[in-house]
Design a protein. Structure first.
Lengths: 496, 1050
């Protein structure tokens, strides 16, 4: 019996030893792979790439640049419904960058965080209308999981004031910004981009010109007169792609360019009408034209598919060799061309429009000509093998063309149409949905559609909001469009 | 087999105990069974003095007694206990009679503790080891299909696609020889398996802690069973013999679109040569320029044989060269591509059993040659198990096994350009001459640089892919185990055990130049993965047994364990390759990309059980375990699992009709918890690659919760087990109820919070299930025996509480079944008609709709075994009834034009030159439908008219059966969601014991088997095999296997 007691004692000891001393459980759960804290530069690179890369082809279907022949494209037929809130994921990253920037007390990164907030919220509010803004992005910091929606106007006011703060923070700031794949760390360039972006936001609110609270006209003029803005193509907000893993052009090798994706007749016709040599850069010759030996710079070598016809019909036409595809360079060159979220060319179009609207006193025509020349210059620099078509002399000649020359415009509407049409031409695989939103705002250039299927003015809120933020999204729908009217052709504040 | 193992242990521990006494008389005897075979390890006790001994290997015992007239009590598990007095002779032979009254069969339960079936208060079910031994299937786990009520096995159809298991809807723990393992069963040799027991309920496996919370499959490997030396060898070969389910496609039309096709560059540079199989009809005499057309020079009149496009060559000039039209005809490409698969397995074992212990050494080698060209899988291993008596009280059990799983190349499965079925089944028209694809994998003169193919936008030459895009898998698995058993006295036993499993895996993938995978680089690449895994388990267990008196016995187990797991991975990849065919990191064009990952986890545990046997008819077990897990915060890392079970033999105390052999009732209750994966309670930035050499980090979009608590699962089980008519009929019924609460969920939150989800403890899921096992022996005479086991099960899980008292969770509403299928469907009118737009096309409903449940209503397994003289035939059938499954295979066949029903209106439309198909549906004339955010209709003023618009047939086929879910109920012709119901003739094996016929000296046993697997299927779904599991990602054809085997023992 004593032996047994001893054994039991021994056994209990073994148990104790094995439980208590074997492994330090807390130490084991320390993650050796990842960090909990970081310098904001590592977040900046990721955010910039995401914000600046090509936004896919969806906008080009909706803007009558592309047609699809192997399936019904909801963008092309204006039959889309919901969009996602994915931009909030990147805003979450921006929020972390802001936190890390505040931790290391870096004004430059705080300013960039404010810019990216403005950039994504701008896209979000144009997409949906009212969106969560003031209570948004506080899931981790304040446990707000069902943020209320803010009126679109308040979102715009917030965006503009954040951009202004960003400008102020960068004013005279000589810090080198590490992790910067856009401007190589130059704070002044960012300041120029941010101020130019303020102008872009303001021009979007052209329908609200007379809103006294916003004071758009004066704000616009004040920025142009007092803050640094982009002066040349060198200042453009561009992501330059590299032939390295993870750094290649967003559309490189994309299979969809190989079948089922063709040019729209609307786009090709407009470029042909203006004898615009950028046509050769955007599109390939039709198969028949190529086989017939038509030269690249022969405008008749290009033809598009009717964006309104049933896709089977366009497919037939394409099969007959009569529809142009997207120029091969976009899917076969890993560094095709840089992508801009806001180029100098676009800024000049914005200034031209502001001038026509009498917001600023400088001459619209100068801005317009600068914009077109900057676009030609962009392709002259980047479109390998096509440089000769877009020399500066070609730009000059082009600007004298009948449908291009600013002189030929008499009325304000004609001027706006001219400016926005030219702005549209600079949007091929550039600047995401900007041209579509410009169309919604100004009606230029006009987009053809079938019967009642006018271009939708927004997207339906995502299912996830219906499920996870039911009350707030219901209220937002009710206050904007009336209960249950979360539909794609409802007008949001900025379009009213 | 297990019985022998137990006997051996008992013997080794009991037989050598010196019983001190005042020895006057020696009684000797031998205990045998009804067949006069010795029963080693039987207990012989002198009733008066309670002194006892065990019989030795030969069933012999020697006992000293003061009074020869004392009564001897002889007992042995499964036999009636005998009391003998007045044993005067020198040597008595005691014949034990099997006990038909009780359920004394021994079952292995958690932690390797063996228990008599009657004492078990929860559901367990054995799988006969002969089932897994005789049929040589690609993966032994597939043979568990239909064997156990409540255990679902999904059987993917491709090489090296492991089956997956679901036990009562959860993923069970796999335990081999008492140690939990992570295995896909490729490293387990069926011939080493001695016992398989499935612990279904939570109570059964509660002693494994959080790892065992979902039930467990316990596998015990073989030991030496017979005295002396025994050598066995066996061989088994199986070949594929056609297909049980073959995805039939249309065979009338080739590549192209709207009936037209001509090849130029394979990316729409010809006539619709970029994708789709909506091209011209195969007709004799029809000639079309194709990818393998010779090139005609219209200047010189020469023709040059050519394969693939002409990009980058002199021929890329249509003004001078053209492709000569060749015959447009059908090729049976899929059948030509798939060869006969062969599975060949050999193994041997040497075992020896003697007085000092026993050992068994076994080896196995299996080779599977795939149906897909250039793919095979080899598995092999050496396993050594020994039991050594170190002293009278000390026994050392040891095990060392080495297993290798090696594939120089195995195919990829699923939807995507890397996968063969994607190419050949869905996207390659049968106009393509597959034999020429095989013979000409490269464009002439561009060997190593550019593949020859019919398409250059989306797909690869399927033979080029099979031969040039290769991936290696090379796993080495070492499993060592030592167990020391110390028998302190009759009542107390101590055991200490340690086990280590080392798993090192090397994988690589070689992509040739011009290999295409959507947006991936086309410059070729080489990738390697090194994965190292170490699992260490230590445990100690003390067992105390005591019969207080005839009516009360207690059994106490107490133990402690620690578990440690380490996982390490390193990954390297080139960015393109410079020289073709050289797959080395040195051959990279850009910078090599490398990543490492390291992970550790540990759990410490203590546990204890208390068993009370009352009146030999009521059995109570209480168990408790506490775990401390490294993955939770200090405050939450300790969690406790209590469990209790009761089992009672009603027939012991209530008079039953004579036709009832016994009636057992049982019930159990248990509560278990579980933890997290490592590093989940703090938030970390993750690496997301780099841009221009600058590292990019991102912050995950799920909010962590450092205070997360363990999950709880409470289950109770009630059961009944009865035998009738001298055990000709046995019946088992179990009802179970599981409440999973405090679940660790990633609760979706508004995306606008900056996150998509946050980790919380919440939600409650309630599962109710029934399981029935019926065993019948309709015929049981000396020459002919028929044994039939049927198992049937049903379960339903519902979400019974949602975090924060919400009424919805994702698509689910409170009290919904969790397998509710909410699908994207087409808009319907109030009376269910399909709504079509002004182009005659259907319109997607922006709200998901409930279309049914995914799980089957019930599952059935039927195992038959017929024995006639020395021939045995076993037949296994199993299947499911009801439930819905989506088929991506079918959807993609419609889109691409391979679906058999897609031919219907092609001819008529091509002849008419205009659409002829008028879809059945309505158009909205006026009005609108308004719904709130929950999808409830607030107003519906829609007015309809019958649709009269004809739609292009190809357009229709690419929309209606492709872009939203269509059930068989909605449309039989266009369905892409199917009834899951199927029944399969799973496995048939015919064994002929030739030992007596051949009567060869030195051969103790010889038999041959003929067997088959996956022989026949009946199903409700079109085209696919529902046994595969969900068809969300394409499936390979389901092959039928037949084979022969031979087993010999020396």
């Amino acid at each position: 019996m004593k032996k047994m007691k001893n054994t039991l004692l021994l056994f209990s000891l073994i148990i104790l030893v094995s439980v208590s001393s074997c492994q330090d459980l807390s130490e084991i759960n320390e993650n050796p792979n990842n960090v909990s804290e970081t310098h904001p530069q590592l977040l900046l690179t990721n955010i910039s790439e995401n914000a600046f890369e090509v936004e896919g082809t969806g906008a080009m279907y909706a803007s009558r640049m592309l047609v699809q022949t192997d399936g019904e494209n909801s963008g092309q037929y204006y039959s889309w419904d919901r969009a996602s809130f994915n931009d909030y994921n990147m805003l979450g990253e921006v929020t972390k960058m802001m936190e890390e920037a505040e931790r290391i007390e870096s004004d430059a990164y705080i300013a960039l965080a404010k810019f990216f907030r403005a950039y994504y919220f701008y896209n979000l509010t144009l997409t949906f209308g009212d969106v969560p803004y003031s209570e948004a992005l506080q899931g981790e910091s304040n446990q707000i999981f069902t943020p209320k929606y803010d009126a679109q106007k308040d979102v715009f006011i917030g965006i503009l004031s954040e951009l202004e703060e960003a400008n102020n923070l960068l004013e005279g700031n000589n810090d080198v910004i590490y992790g910067d794949i856009i401007y190589g760390g130059n704070a002044l360039n960012w300041q120029k981009l941010i101020n130019s972006f303020r102008l872009k936001v303001l021009i979007s609110l052209s329908e609200k010109e007379n809103d006294t609270e916003l004071d758009i006209k004066n704000t616009f003029a004040s920025i142009v007169n007092n803050n640094p803005i982009m002066q040349s193509n060198n200042d453009s907000g561009l992501l330059v792609f590299l032939d390295q893993d993870g750094s290649r052009y967003s559309e490189f090798n994309s299979s969809s360019y190989g079948s089922g994706m063709y040019m729209s007749s609307t786009f090709i016709k407009r470029l042909q009408d203006r004898q615009d040599p950028r046509l050769f850069i955007f599109c390939g010759r039709t198969k028949n034209a190529k086989e017939a030996g038509l030269a690249i710079d022969d405008f008749s070598a290009y033809e598009g598919g009717d964006p309104l016809a049933p896709y089977a019909e366009v497919n037939d036409k394409a099969a007959q060799g009569d529809v142009s595809k997207v120029n091969l360079r976009y899917s076969t060159d890993p560094t095709t061309e840089p992508h801009a979220i806001l180029s100098y060319s676009e800024l000049e179009f914005i200034l031209a429009e502001a001038s026509v609207r009498n917001w600023i006193s400088s001459i619209a025509e100068t801005h317009y000509n600068n914009a077109v020349k900057a676009s030609f210059n962009f392709y002259n620099t980047h479109a390998k093998g096509f440089e000769s078509y877009v020399e500066s002399s070609a730009a000059e000649a082009y600007l004298n063309g009948n449908l291009v020359s600013f002189n030929n415009a008499i009325t304000m509407e004609q001027k706006l149409e001219l400016i926005l049409t030219q702005k549209y031409f600079t949007s091929f695989l550039q600047s995401g949905w900007r041209m579509y939103f410009d169309h919604l705002r100004t009606g230029y250039p006009n987009f053809v559609y079938n019967g009642n299927s006018t271009p939708p003015t927004r997207w339906v809120y995502p299912t996830s909001e219906y499920q996870q933020n039911t009350q707030n999204v219901s209220e937002a729908i009710k206050s904007q469009f009336g209960e249950g009217n979360d539909l794609i052709r409802e007008l949001t504040w900025w379009l009213k | 087999m297990k019985k022998h193992f137990k006997r051996k242990i008992l013997f080794s521990l009991l037989s050598l105990i010196w019983v001190a006494g005042f020895s006057q008389t020696i009684i000797k005897g031998k205990v045998v069974d009804e067949n006069n075979l010795p029963l080693p390890g039987a207990t012989v006790i002198i009733k008066e003095s309670n002194i006892g001994v065990s019989t030795d290997f030969d069933g012999v015992f020697t006992i000293n007694t003061s009074d020869p007239l004392e009564t001897l009590v002889v007992s042995y598990l499964g036999y009636q206990t005998q009391e003998l007095s007045n044993l005067t002779s020198d040597f008595s032979t005691i014949i034990m009679v099997t006990d038909a009254q009780s359920l004394d069969e021994v079952v292995i339960t958690a932690l390797g503790i063996t228990k008599e079936e009657k004492k078990i208060g929860y559901a367990t079910q054995k799988i006969e080891s002969t089932v897994v031994k005789d049929v040589n299937v690609p993966n032994v786990g597939s043979l568990f299909s239909g064997q156990v009520a409540g255990l679902t096995v999904n059987n993917p159809t491709g090489l090296f696609q492991a089956p997956s298991f679901s036990l009562r809807g959860k993923n069970p723990l796999i335990v081999i020889d008492g140690v939990p393992v992570e295995t896909d069963f490729y490293d387990v040799s069926p011939n080493d398996i001695s016992d398989i027991n499935v612990l279904k309920g939570t109570t059964a496996s509660a002693l494994y802690g959080s790892r065992g919370r979902n039930g467990a499959i316990l596998i015990t490997t073989k030991n030496a069973t017979n005295e002396g030396l025994e050598i066995s060898i066996s061989h088994n070969t199986m070949v594929t013999a056609g297909f049980t389910v073959f995805p039939e496609t249309q065979s009338e039309y080739g590549n192209g679109s709207n009936g037209k096709y001509e090849f130029w560059d394979g990316k729409d540079g010809g006539i619709s040569d970029g994708d789709m199989i909506w091209g011209p009809k195969f007709e004799s005499g029809l000639k079309i320029a194709q990818w393998n057309s010779p090139i005609y020079d219209n200047v010189t009149g020469e023709t040059t044989p050519w394969w693939g496009d002409v990009y980058g060559t002199q021929y890329n000039d249509k003004s001078r060269y053209s492709r000569v039209p060749i015959d447009w005809k059908y090729h049976n490409n899929l059948k030509d591509f798939l060869k006969t698969g062969v599975i060949s397995s050999s193994d041997f074992s040497i075992s020896h059993k003697g007085e000092k212990g026993s050992f068994r050494l076994s080896g196995n080698y299996s080779s599977q040659t795939d149906r897909v060209p250039n793919a095979n899988l080899k598995t092999g291993g050496l396993n050594f198990k020994a039991s050594t008596k170190l002293s009278d009280a000390l026994t050392l059990d040891s095990k060392l096994s080495y297993n290798k799983v090696y594939s120089p190349n195995y195919p990829r499965h699923g939807y995507g350009p890397k996968n063969h079925m994607y190419t050949i089944l869905i996207w390659m028209g049968d106009d393509v001459n597959g034999k020429e694809l095989e013979e000409h994998q490269y464009i002439p003169g561009q060997e190593g640089y550019r593949q020859a193919n019919f398409n250059y936008a989306w797909y690869n030459n399927v033979y080029f892919a099979a031969h040039e895009l290769t991936q290696t898998y090379d796993a080495n698995n070492i499993n060592g185990q030592l167990s020391l058993n110390y028998k302190i006295n009759d009542n107390l036993n101590l055991q200490a055990r340690g086990s280590a499993i080392i798993n090192d895996t090397f994988e690589d993938r070689k992509s040739p130049k011009s290999y295409l995978n959507y947006g991936d680089p086309r410059d070729g690449d080489y990738k390697t993965w090194n994965k190292n895994k170490l699992t260490v388990d230590y445990d100690v267990l003390a067992s105390y047994n005591k019969s207080i008196n005839n009516n009360l016995a207690i059994n106490i187990n107490a133990g402690a364990a620690t578990y440690y797991r380490k996982y390490q991975q390193e990954y390297n990849a080139t960015d393109g390759i410079i020289v073709p065919y050289i797959y080395s990191l040195n051959n990279t064009k850009g910078s090599v990309k490398a990543e490492t990952y390291y992970e550790e986890k540990a759990t410490n545990s203590v546990y204890s059980t208390l068993e009370l046997d009352l009146y030999n008819s009521v059995f109570l077990t209480f168990a408790a375990r506490n775990d401390w897990s490294s993955t939770l915060s200090k405050d939450n890392r300790s969690y406790f699992y209590p469990s209790a079970s009761i089992s009672t033999l009603v027939s012991k105390y209530i008079e039953m009709p004579s036709s009832i052999d016994y009636l057992k009732l049982f019930g159990s209750w248990a509560k278990v918890s579980s933890d997290l994966n490592p590093y989940q309670i703090s938030s970390y930035y993750q690496n997301s690659g780099n841009f221009g050499g600058l590292t990019q980090l991102y912050y995950p979009n799920s909010i962590v919760n450092p205070l997360i608590e363990p999950e709880n699962s409470t289950s109770f089980e009630l059961g009944l087990s009865a035998a009738f008519l001298k055990k000709k009929l046995k019946f088992d019924f179990t009802y179970y109820n599981v409440v999973d609460s405090n679940q660790i969920i990633n609760l979706p939150v508004s995306n606008a919070s900056g996150f998509t989800s946050r980790k919380v403890n919440g939600n409650e899921y309630t599962t109710n299930g029934f399981e029935v096992v019926l065993n019948a022996k309709p015929i049981n005479n000396e020459n002919f025996k028929w044994n039939l086991t049927t198992n049937w099960s049903k379960k339903v899980q519902k979400i019974t509480s949602i975090y924060d008292n919400q009424t919805t969770y994702g698509d689910l509403n409170l009290d919904d079944r969790t397998d509710s299928y909410y699908a994207t469907v087409w808009q319907k009118s109030a009376d269910g008609r399909l709504i079509l737009n002004d182009q005659g096309l259907p319109i997607k409903d922006p709200y998901k709709q409930f279309i049914g449940n995914k799980d089957p209503n019930w599952r059935l397994g039927l195992q038959n075994s017929f024995k006639y003289k020395n021939m045995t035939l076993t037949v296994g059938i199993d299947g499911v009834w009801g439930g819905l499954m989506r088929s991506r295979t079918v959807e993609k066949m419609w889109w691409g034009g391979k679906h058999p029903n897609s031919t219907e209106f092609r001819d008529a439309e091509y002849a008419a030159g205009t659409p002829v198909y008028i879809p059945n549906g309505v158009n909205i004339v006026s009005g609108e439908l308004i719904r709130d955010v929950a999808g409830n209709i607030t107003s519906d003023t829609r007015v309809y008219q019958e649709n009269t618009t004809a739609v292009n047939w190809q357009t229709w086929s690419q929309n209606y059966p492709y872009r939203a879910q269509v059930t068989q109920k909605e449309s039989k012709k266009f369905a892409n969601v199917f009834d899951r119901s199927f029944f399969k003739l799973r496995a048939v094996s015919f064994k002929y014991d030739l030992t007596k016929e051949l009567n060869i000296n030195g051969i103790k046993h010889i038999d041959v088997t003929l067997n088959g697997y996956n022989l026949l299927a009946w199903k409700k779904a079109d085209i696919i095999d529902p046994d595969f599991g969900n068809d969300d990602n394409l499936q390979d054809p389901s092959s039928r296997y037949i084979g022969v085997g031979v087993n010999m023992k020396f």
